[in-house]
Ligand binder design. Structure first.
Ligand code: CAA
Length: 379
């Protein structure tokens, strides 16, 4: 048992913190308010190597471990979760699957540009009628011999418009149910693909979330990722790592709100003293600090298991559940501690509270995490 970070971990954490404070904080309120995609910020994130930090150096990635990823995601999410989710989807939902299951040709052509952050990836699993119930894919990929013909609609797609590379999950053999689902690498500019309007979201408004429609889209056979019928399992395995990313994002949202609330409580006076000296506020902060620390351990444990090559799906579901619930509680309390100031945009905490809500929903709702966790108890 070792609770100490390495020098390299601390360097990565500090680099992410510095980037977030210097490049993300200015303008974060405006980008969120007007739903402006963070083009420049994503470019800088790529230059720093964060967009492909989990990919091995052989494929032009940062070759960093998952602990580093947790630390970087926390720091970036403290300030701007729209940028954090772009980074998380690219790293753990898209690059991971291509690196783990892709052919050398697929890695050369698709993984390397994404690992360098020159191109962005998106993960197209959700559909209008298949969100939590992910096995019920309606999108079809009919086997036409040398290619698949893809038809259907995907929705809630993070990076839906900015991505050049999609991983699309589609049903090839309906009679085989989830065992008939394939994962396909699809170039976003392929004929027959159209992207719906930007979703006008409650939070993380600067990340691009869209529906993506497929109308007789031809996808070469060699773009199938993994074995025939392996698509659903690939999606589930990708989400195991994705959930470490979102758990770390929720952790960052919670710790960002906590830091702001702690500072405010030490400055703001009421009834003749700083409000932190009122026990009702001090106890709120104590509860927040405890829950954040527990969420951090959950995230690091899941990351450590993944880095050790041990099973981590159960731990990542626990981390996502606990961190997302903590983010919601902590951000709500941070707004409360700020009083009226907490309800206006300049103080950031209302935005963090809106961002926290999404961590309870995407990459598997809190209720889905409980399904995964409870099934794991019986293994
Ligand atoms: N690894 C490998 N295989 C797995 C697996 C895992 N973690 N979890 C399930 N499977 C396999 C099962 O073994 C089973 O295969 P076999 O029948 O061949 O044995 C198959 O998958 C089906 O599993 P279940 O019977 O457990 O399926 P289910 O219908 O009961 O539901 C579920 C499983 C866990 C609820 C799943 O549907 C799920 O995770 N739903 C949530 C989906 C989700 O997280 N969506 C997020 C969208 S992506 C997103 O938000 C990205 C973004 O843009 C930010």
């Amino acid at each position: 048992m070792n609770f100490e970070f390495t020098e390299e971990h601390l360097m990565i954490r500090d680099a992410a913190r510095d980037f977030a404070q210097r490049e993300l904080l200015p303008g974060v309120i405006e980008r969120d308010d007007k739903a402006i995609y963070p083009t420049e910020q994503v470019k800088k994130l790529a230059e720093l190597g964060f967009l492909g930090m989990l990919v091995g150096s052989k494929y032009d990635g940062g070759g960093m471990d998952t602990i580093s990823y947790v630390l970087a995601m926390e720091e970036i999410s403290k300030v701007d979760s729209s940028v954090a989710v772009i980074m998380s989807v690219n790293n753990s939902l898209v690059c991971w699957g291509v690196e783990k299951y892709g052919t050398e040709e697929q890695k050369e052509k698709y993984l390397k540009p994404m690992a360098r952050g020159e191109k962005i990836g998106a993960f197209l699993l959700s559909e209008p009628e298949a969100g939590s119930d992910a096995t019920s894919q309606r999108t079809t990929a009919i086997d036409m011999g040398d290619h698949y013909l893809v038809n259907g609609t995907k929705n809630w797609i993070t990076n839906g418009k900015s991505a050049s590379t999609y991983i699309v999950f589609a049903q090839t053999h309906k009679e085989l149910k989830h065992r008939g689902i394939n994962a396909l690498i699809v170039e976003a500019d392929t004929e027959g693909i159209s992207v719906g309007p930007h979703e006008n979201k409650m939070g993380m408004r600067a990340s691009d979330t869209h529906s993506v429609m497929f109308n007789n889209v031809k996808v070469p056979k060699e773009n199938r990722l993994g074995e025939e019928g392996f698509g659903f399992k690939l999606a589930m395995k990708s989400l195991e790592g994705g959930r470490i990313g979102i758990a770390s994002q929720a952790l960052g949202i919670a710790s960002g709100a906590y830091e702001l609330a702690l500072k405010y409580a030490q400055e703001r006076k009421a009834f003749g003293k700083e409000i932190i000296n009122h026990q009702v506020i001090a106890f709120k902060l104590a509860d927040m600090a405890v829950e954040i620390e527990a969420a951090r351990y959950f995230c690091l444990k899941a990351a450590w298991l993944k880095d050790q090559g041990k099973p981590y799906g159960h731990a990542s579901a626990m981390a996502k559940l606990y961190a997302a619930e903590t983010a919601m509680k902590v951000t709500t309390e941070a707004v409360q501690i700020h009083g009226g100031y907490g309800y206006v945009k300049e103080y950031h905490v209302e935005r963090l509270m809106r961002e926290a809500k999404l961590t309870q929903i995407y990459e598997g709702t809190s209720e889905i995490q409980k399904i995964v966790i409870s099934r794991g108890l019986m293994d």
